[in-house]
Design a protein around this ligand. Sequence first.
Ligand code: GRF
Length: 222
Amino acid sequence: MKRLAILISGRGSNMAALIESARAGEIDAAIGIVISNRPEAAGLKIAAAAGVATAIVDHRSFADRGEFERSLIAAIDGAAPDLIVLAGFMRILSPAFVARYTGRLLNIHPSLLPAYPGVDTHRRALADGVRIHGCTVHFVTADVDCGPIVAQGAVAVADGDDEATLAARVLAVEHRLLVRAVRLFCADRLTIAGARVRIRGETAEPGVLEAPSDKATNSAPP
Ligand code: GRF
């Protein structure tokens, strides 16, 4: 069984999806710790209520990023995780930090990368009038919102969408996609090959690509 550390900054719904899937035995993992850089993050209460250890490493209480990251590393390494998941963690991490966890640091990002790295992804997608939007789970590299892609999920953009409705539809896909990606990691099925991720037995693994049909704009879970 793999050990996970989950890093959050806020609501923690992706974290909650992972905790629930571990509890249900859908992923072969134990959540060693949930760490937030914000003391007020709602996800901390969800984790504690689920009996998961939590820690706060408040970036505002350190003189610089180096000090913050040293403290973050201490909290992570104290839990001895096999995998670190950035689940709505809103701090940019230095190349040295990323290098320390190469190949075992996953991020969920609310766009179909490489489109819309950074923030305000849903607003930017709507402003551009794209017909398709979504989310990506990828291994983290030194460049922000880059790195080998494990899984992507798409949603159709509906005529009546605003930022909130589009974000909600993407978020539902995020939860499924992140659990699938972590499940594959925990089963030792992911290999990074240059810029790409190979998935052992991929044909037998539905779900690393999720797309709406052109008939149904609001894809429901299967
Ligand atoms: C998600 O959309 C995630 O992709 C983005 O921030 C949001 C976090 O949501 N990076 P939650 O905290 O998991 O509910």
